[in-house]
Design a protein around this ligand. Structure first.
Ligand code: FES
Ligand code: FES
Length: 182
């Protein structure tokens, strides 16, 4: 992905038009130069699926895709996203004829969320990651997931869901509907 830069001169005192393609649809909002992309999406465009946790790049909750690449929206300025394609969790089903994707269905089956606060970011990271590494080993997957903090510690279910959707068995837990009840 090319560097995120803006070509127009920005002044701190005024809000600037920011036009993005959000989940396939053109959207324009206004942002001062310091507004974070996470806040722009939630408060300016009303896309509340993107969560905000730590707001300093640690927890991963705010992860979205910019031109297909997973990025922390809390470490990105809204004006840097001008002209880019932004995909958020809302867009997963929208791009799948209104139905949850296979990954989302696997999360549901394997009870891969509890409070769900971390889930949107993890789904967006996994969508990027599995596109580049469609059959990760469990060790690779756990390493990737270490970039996301799940306060409910739902990692076991997340690992089971991803291993199932990538056509692999896990060493630890059985896969199936019954796993949703453990
Ligand atoms: S809110 Fe962005 S990484 Fe935590
Ligand atoms: S499911 Fe609650 S933080 Fe992950």
């Amino acid at each position: 992905m090319p560097p995120l830069t803006s070509t127009s001169a920005l002044t701190a005192e005024e809000r600037h038009a920011v036009s993005i393609v959000l989940n396939g649809k053109p959207r324009t909002g206004y942002a001062n130069p310091r507004l974070l992309l996470s806040d722009f999406l939630r408060h300016e465009l009303g896309a509340h699926g993107t969560r905000v946790g730590c707001e300093h790049g640690v927890c991963g909750a705010c992860t979205v895709r910019i031109d297909g690449v997973a990025v922390r929206a809390c470490l990105t300025l809204a004006v840097q996203a001008d002209g880019r394609r932004i995909d958020t969790v809302e867009g997963l089903a929208e791009a799948n004829e209104g139905r949850m994707t296979a990954l989302q269905e696997a999360f549901r089956r394997h009870h891969a969320l509890q409070c769900g606060f971390c889930t949107a970011g993890i789904l967006m990271s996994l969508t990027d990651y599995l596109g580049r590494n469609p059959k990760p080993t469990e060790e690779e997957l756990r390493d990737m997931l270490s970039g996301h903090l799940c306060r409910c510690t739902g990692y076991a279910g997340i690992v089971r869901a991803v291993m199932e959707v990538t056509g692999q068995a896990t060493a630890s837990e059985p896969i199936g509907e019954e796993a949703a009840h453990v």
